[in-house]
Design a protein around this ligand. Structure first.
Ligand code: TRP
Length: 460
């Protein structure tokens, strides 16, 4: 079997410390999903009620699955397809586990393909901000900046290539010099900028309105679709379901307490999402624009706000730098699984990283096209998916299908195929209430919720 080439586990790479593992893996979780995605998804879905469902989805579905994925990685100590192949043998299962690993690898490149375009726009805006910010810009100018970016295929392709080049550069080094250094520099910087922004917003904007919006209860329609959105967002934000977490898990030392590390990472991810909301919404409410602006919240609404607040240029630069850092620490986790698999096939990290990053850039042209000339091209309209561009299909296909279905597969592997004792020792956890709770969730709650969700989505 191909995985055997990495079988001499003493040489298998590992993060240099517990804290390094937590920072780098939290970096994978904290990304565009938190800073760009969460505020607009919460905004579109009415705030408080959505946030509550999102919290439940995190706690009872996505976080337990995250823990399962980490554990599978540490037990399998290889790239996702080979790690799962080993564990299949161990469990004596006749199902083809590596298939879930391969699907995940496809998922990583698909996520990267749209991630790169959005991160590219963030980088472009950071430069725009550095050139003097958006000070005094009119509504019209801000819209033109966004429209210019989104209508120019060469511009988007260029930024996507720059972003993926940076990602490939970091991933081409060994684990400790590449991933780990990047996390140790960018994550603390990101947290500092974010805290600074929350304080600034709290002082300049309408903090009370933001808190009420995010945590207050407002009348809303509770539909199956809303649950699907919440679960999709929960999976996406933790980055569960494509093998990125499994790959980082394979680099996790056996001395790291896996359940406790999971708690830290999930807490950090949640903190960043809520803090991003508290950095953005006070400004949104005090300027009187709509909180439900959708995906344009960050690239249309915010620059307009930065245009006429004191110190707007500095705030704007800090914000888009924050977005860029968040994106890079996530994209390196998305490039790592395929590179790990190619390494097992004898490739150097550099060659693997360049090849897979190039592939992501090529596929990113589909997203670029969806923003530009293909804005009204709906490839699956005949299948009833009218109104969905390539970008919508890729993004929703990954978030609403690949991620939850892989999550379901991980839950079944860990909850049913591997023995309870084996799993308990691998974590390791004492045979107490916490373990029983988690194991029950992995065995029953998560699989039932995910299945129910699909039935609801298909029926609804
Ligand atoms: N979690 C990251 C974010 O919130 C993105 C991400 C990293 C991701 N790894 C992933 C999304 C794996 C889906 C699958 O932006």
């Amino acid at each position: 079997m191909a995985g055997a080439s990495s079988g001499g586990n003493s040489a298998y790479p590992s993060f240099s410390s517990r804290i390094a593992f937590i920072i780098v893996t939290a970096g994978s979780a904290v990304g565009l999903g938190n800073v760009w995605g969460f505020p607009y998804v919460a905004g579109q879905n009415g705030g408080g009620g959505f946030v509550l469902i999102y919290l439940l989805a995190l706690a009872f579905v996505a976080a337990p699955a995250f823990m399962a994925e980490l554990m599978l990685g540490r037990m399998g100590k290889a790239s996702p397809p080979n790690a799962l192949g080993r564990l299949q043998a161990k469990a004596g299962s006749r199902l083809h586990w590596p298939l879930v690993g391969w699907t995940g690898l496809v998922g990583t490149i698909l996520v990267l393909s749209f991630y790169a375009v959005i991160a590219g726009q963030a980088m472009d805006y950071a430069i725009e901000a550095a050139k003097g910010g958006f000070a005094g810009w009119s509504d019209h100018e801000v819209q033109a900046l966004d429209a210019d970016f989104k209508s120019s295929m060469p511009m988007m392709a260029l930024w996507s290539a720059i972003f993926m080049g940076l990602t490939a550069l970091i991933v081409s080094f060994d684990i400790n010099t590449g991933l780990e250094k990047a996390g140790k520099v960018m994550m603390p910087a990101l947290l500092m900028i974010l805290l600074g922004m929350v304080i600034y917003s709290g002082n300049t904007g309408d903090f009370g309105a933001a808190v009420d919006f995010l945590f207050g209860f407002h009348k809303m329609d509770v539909t199956p679709r809303l649950f699907l959105e919440a679960v999709g967002q929960a999976f996406f934000t933790l980055g569960v379901g494509v093998g990125g977490i499994m790959t980082y898990g394979s680099y996790m030392g056996s001395n790291v307490n896996l359940p406790r590390a999971t708690l830290w990472i999930v807490a950090m991810d949640l903190f960043v999402a809520l803090a991003a909301g508290l950095a953005i919404f006070p400004l949104v409410f005090s300027s009187g624009v709509s909180a439900a602006a959708g995906p344009g919240l960050v690239f249309l609404t915010l620059p307009l706000i930065f245009a006429d607040i004191p110190g707007g240029a500095v705030v704007a630069f800090a914000f888009f730098l924050l977005l860029t850092f968040a994106a890079v620490t996530s994209s390196i986790s998305l490039l790592s699984p395929t590179v790990a698999r190619l390494e097992e096939a004898g490739w150097s990290r550099r060659k693997g990283a360049v090849l897979m990053a190039s592939l992501a850039v090529i596929i990113s042209l589909l997203t670029a096209y969806s923003f530009a000339g293909g804005k009204h091209v709906f490839p699956l309209a005949a299948l009833g998916l009218d109104g969905m561009t390539f970008f919508d299909l890729i993004r929703e296909g990954v978030s609403n299908f690949i991620l939850p279905l892989s999550g379901l597969a991980y839950a079944l592997m860990v909850g049913w195929a591997l023995s309870r004792e084996e799993v308990r020792k691998a974590l390791p956890m004492e045979d107490g209430l916490m373990f029983r709770l988690w194991h029950g969730v992995i065995r029953y709650v998560a699989p039932i919720c995910i299945t129910a969700l699909f039935i609801g989505a298909v029926a609804g």
